[in-house]
Design a protein. Sequence first.
Length: 293
Amino acid sequence: MNEKTITILGAGTMGRGIAHVCAASGFQTRVYDINDAAVDAAMTRINGTLDKALSRGKLNEDERSACSARLTGTTSVAEAVTGSDLIIEAAPENMDLKKSLYEEVSKSLAPHAILASNTSALALTELAESTGCADRFIGMHFFNPPYALRLLELIVTEQTSEKTVQETRGFAEAMNREIVQVKDSPGFATSRLGITLGNEATRMVAEGVAKADDIDRALRFGYGHPMGPLELSDLVGLDVRLAITEYLYSTLGSDTFKPPELLKQKVAAGHVGKKSGRGFYIWEDGKKIREVE
């Protein structure tokens, strides 16, 4: 068992997925959210995923029990952060919300602790300036679902110390991550490329070039992508994709990132993908059923 403690701030889809990875990697793992319902829901989902892994023979009983035992939840920021070695913020993609959270975290942050953000697009340098520990601040961009996708984008600002980079790499390697390192810039590498592909695929659907499933199959079987850009957009959440492309459009100015009208329409209608049951596809019980006609 790893003696270090990791705190996850935010018990949503990404937060609970990151928590799963941390606990499975042997770290004592604390999960924070603003209310008990969110924390309890995250614990239930993580344990459900562990049960599936057990039933499929990917874990044995001892491993499953040990992983679950390393997880704790709390609605107290101080309790979540005090004594923790690495704090990974996985709050919604809202700059003001994250800054407010960092202000609260700073009151209980240990002098040696690293503070990381899982943001997929927001400017790390601006976030770092609000932490009071910019030299110990770094981006750790995980991919959904973290327990299945090993890629980790490590985002380094000009203020991030080399010591922080190396220690964070140590945590990531212990989690069996495939690490790519980039400097802080709008959209980093993965979001910038992913949004470009997703936006163009969305425009192709709107223009009647091809149906969503045919576009996705073209990328899967022609280019070896494990999942097409539209199915991936449904999985990530069309609302999340819209927020990212709006941010990239405002910061980079390129029409590549101009939000497609079809994307805006789907989000306005509440059809945001897997989590709502409808996006480019119909989803039931977490499984893709068919393309939306």
